[in-house]
Design a protein around this ligand. Sequence first.
Ligand code: ZN
Length: 513
Amino acid sequence: MNQEYSQKEENGKERKYQQLQLWLERAMALQTANILFEWDNETLAPKQAGACTAKVQGALALAYQELMTGEEIGKYLELCEQETELSEAEVAILREAKEERKELACIPPKEYRDYQELISESARIWAQARENQDFEAFAPTLEKIIQYQKKFSGYQAKKGQRLYDVMLDHYEKGFSIKKLDEFFQLLKKELVPFLHQIMESKVEILDDFLEGDYPQQEQKKLAEFIAEYVGFDFEKGVLAESAHPFTTNLHNRDVRMTTHYKKRMDSSLFSVIHETGHAIYELGVADELTQTLVGQGASMGMHESQSRFFENIIGRNEAFWEPIYPKLQEMFPKMLGNVSREEFVKAINKVQPGLIRTESDELTYSLHVLVRYELEKQLIEENLDVKELPELWADKYEEYLGVRPKNPAEGVLQDIHWAQGSFGYFPSYALGSAFAAQMAAYMKKNIDFEALLREGELGVIREVLRRHIHQFGKMRDSRRLLRDMTGEDFNPQYYVAYLKEKYGKLYQIEGRS
Ligand code: ZN
């Protein structure tokens, strides 16, 4: 069992570390201010604020970079190397500070500035290209971004390290191309044929009642209710609206999330449960770690594991709805009054292979990620010509999901990630689901998971996650956290088994494992 983590208190002794800490606190404050602006830009900021706010944000980012790469922090980092009695948190903070300095310092400033300019332009070019369904208009910009990304990764690479591995390392330590190839091969081998079986199944699931008369005001009330029910603390967080749902954290007393309200009620409902999962993670980081360089989630993948754990493993489970479905019927009597709980739960689990990743169901989600992983790897490691992307994208969708985009807007242009220079990010989405399934398997062995859901005792489940994952922030990496919690290294078989069990049952597929 895990020990409760707490940092040792020093008794008044003057330490080099405390000097360093003062400088790092300044850097963190600049970072926090910038994050607050980012939040504001997406939610409340007036339309015309853009250009002026960008100036402020640019200055904050520059000040942060100067501080982090500056002499003072460098001097104290060196002095701290000689400290013998550092706590685990302090060692982790030193590690992060050194890494951050290295990353900021190894790129020539002129190149970095040119790249930043390109990136701030590219989002606009991408959005325009997507609107006009015109990939050619975006291709030259994408080509340039890839060239910069490869160059920068080259600066950062250790001897012999592959460029795509450098990029992957930014988002998920311990998951190289080799490890991810194994993971995605397994998903391809197991899930593609399984999806074909489901598509041939005679089981029909109705979900038309999920769209219709769901007034926004009522959806908003539902969002607040469900966030609180799942475990969001409105004393330490807010829920706002934005075009795309996301979660931002300033520290463990201020975590902010957003949602959007659509005609289909399950869009906002599950976005809110998903973002609440992210928020609960950040709210659970230990007080000793918050507002430090290790005061946020361990990695992109680990973060996504928490949001998907709440969204899918909890939120799409029939037991979860047992105590609260009547409340839902009460809120939307016209739409759900005559829909049984069983029908509702089937509808929210309906498998529908589609073209858009962000609208995909639980089962096909990782196949969307598989397409992106394979193409990204080819772009970086095999010099795939950008011009070939739309066709290759369409072919892969047809092969894995059985659907083919008719235009690049519903194909290769749908995600903003590449336009922002985020290569190596996508695999985290699939890893998160797999981490979550491994945690769920562990939990089901140790607590009466379904009974807790049926009784509405989500606090017990949250506490298990807090104790094993949340409290440690970024101090330990995702594989270590998984190992410590489940007694096993990352094992994607749990994910495949979970999906086959759940959807085999729902679609009455013979011989499910
Ligand atoms: Zn997420």
